[in-house]
Design a protein around this ligand. Structure first.
Ligand code: MN
Length: 503
């Protein structure tokens, strides 16, 4: 009984755009899922049905078409069910047709990867790309499914929680990003961040709590002035509001800006939506008449879109009292594209027309799917991802030994980190490195997919203290320090007279 209002949430989202017949289908799909998941509970203790329902609500919020919403409600009925799968499959087909059954099957295939470590990553990626090439809508459902799983991750046991969070950060979020799905990417990242890196998460939320209220107040003043200026100039404003940077993207930015929040200018930004491209440029001109732009910070992503299709004008200006504010200007179409990316092309209203446009944009996915069928070697596969500008592993990289063993290292780790990860003695005696068969300096930052061979010098006395300047792992740092201390102790022993025992 308590469930009824939540089904109504879903119906409420769809009512204004779907036919009564389609709304009836949604109710039927809900009952179907209710029957399939009868008696099942989630680890949170709530009825299992809450999960497919939340997934469908997310998809409806993304304004996706009816088949996708239905498949969202039904996405777990083939697998997480007490009924015989073959029967369920036949019933699904009879009740909801080819399209919905096809989607449910694809989403089911994406689940439950059995491998571990690097093979798990690669297998996950392969399946995602294959599904994308066949029907990208399956990925939208998988994203919505994952976002809800992340939202309820608190109760999951620690190790599994971390694995799910990292997998979401490393695989799902980059793919969402590459598909231009900014909103979903932000959700995936922020929910995962908390569980994957709890200490860092606490640090960033703390910083934000301290800074944001003042910044938001200030932005409100700037918003009023800008609204006045643009209105005076005859530019119609469809939307003007402040937006706060997503937590995880703030965290990543802090890492490249000396961890200094004062150096982050887009902590909160002003976002303006105007009707046409011409209005975008005009609006920027007017804003620059009141406030000076920061040198080098005017970015024209309209003329030069980002690889994922993102378009907007960005400018960073000195406002009153020398405060620095980022302003983003775009049309409604650009806004939809920025929030939903490729998914915007599968929204209910324009179906076919926009979807065929999107096929062009997905050409790279097809290519990758073809490549991944040909490339069986994990190392080459990762390399290819990098070529396609898919930044898969945010904070760590996988590097290969000449035997094909995989070493997991933090981003920008060096051959010395690699050597110590293999064995302390390999670290202590390394004298050079070949990266992908090219002689390279020991301080060279490594990339995912690199094959590294360490050249050993048996006569080497030990590590060089200079290595401390570039190593990235605590393990390498500790070993180098221990060795240096040991050397100092040895030297002291030689130069100082032995301590005589009092007898
Ligand atoms: Mn699910």
């Amino acid at each position: 009984m308590a469930m009824e209002p939540r089904l109504e949430t879903l119906i409420g989202l769809l009512r204004h755009r779907e036919s009564p017949a389609n709304l009836a289908l949604v109710r039927r799909a809900y009952q179907f899922a209710e029957r399939a998941h009868k008696g099942q509970t989630r680890i949170t203790g709530e009825p299992y049905l809450n999960h497919p329902l939340a997934t469908a609500v997310r998809l409806a919020e993304m304004k996706l078409g009816i088949s996708v919403v239905l498949a969202g409600l039904l996405h777990d009925v083939l697998e997480d069910t007490t009924l015989p799968p073959e029967e369920v499959r036949q019933e699904l087909h009879k009740e909801f047709g080819d399209d919905v059954l096809g989607l449910v099957e694809r989403v089911t295939k994406l689940g439950k990867v059995q491998y571990r470590g690097i093979d798990r990553y690669v297998e996950n990626l392969r399946r995602m790309f294959l599904a994308m090439a066949q029907d990208v809508r399956a990925i939208f459902i998988k994203f919505a499914d994952r976002v809800h799983n992340l939202e309820t991750l608190d109760v999951v046991p620690e190790t599994k929680r971390r694995r799910i969070a990292l997998e979401s950060l490393d695989i799902y979020a980059p793919i969402a990003n590459r598909l231009g799905m900014g909103e979903i990417r932000g959700l995936l990242e922020d929910h995962s961040f908390k569980h994957a890196y709890p200490k860092e998460y606490a640090w960033v939320t703390g910083l934000l709590k301290e800074r944001l209220p003042k910044k938001t107040q200030y932005l409100e003043r700037i918003r009023k002035l800008t609204r006045q200026d643009l209105t005076m100039a005859g530019i119609k404003i469809l939307e003007i509001h402040g937006r706060t940077k997503h937590l995880y993207s703030l965290y990543k930015k802090l890492l490249t800006h000396d961890k200094d929040i004062d150096k982050i200018h887009d902590l909160a930004a002003l976002r303006i939506v105007v009707p046409t491209v011409g209005d975008c440029y005009a609006a920027m001109g007017i804003i620059h008449q009141r406030w000076h732009p920061l040198k080098g910070r005017i970015k024209d992503y309209i003329a030069q879109p980002k690889p994922n299709g993102y378009q907007s004008l960005h400018t960073t200006v000195f406002c009153e009292d020398g405060e620095i504010v980022e302003i983003q200007i775009r049309t409604p179409e650009m806004h939809e594209e920025a929030e939903y990316g490729i998914a915007a092309h599968w929204q209910y209203d324009e179906g076919g027309k926009r979807a065929s446009l999107a096929k062009e944009k997905l050409a790279w996915v097809k290519e990758l799917a073809k490549i991944q069928r040909e490339i069986q070697d994990s190392r080459q596969f990762l390399r290819r991802l990098e070529d396609m500008k898919i930044d898969v592993f945010h904070n760590h990289i996988f590097v290969f030994t000449p035997n094909g063993d995989v070493i997991d290292l933090p981003e920008d780790a060096t051959p010395v980190d690699f050597a110590y990860a293999i064995h302390t003695e390999v670290g202590n005696h390394c004298s050079g490195a070949r990266i992908n068969e090219v002689m390279s300096a020991l301080g060279t930052p490594l990339k995912s997919g690199d094959m590294v061979e360490i050249i050993l010098d048996k006569n080497r006395k030990g590590p060089s203290p200079d290595w401390l300047k570039f190593v990235k792992t605590g393990n390498a740092r500790d070993k180098i320090k221990v060795h240096s201390k040991q050397k100092l102790a040895d030297w002291l022993k030689q130069v100082l007279p032995p301590v005589r025992k009092k007898g």
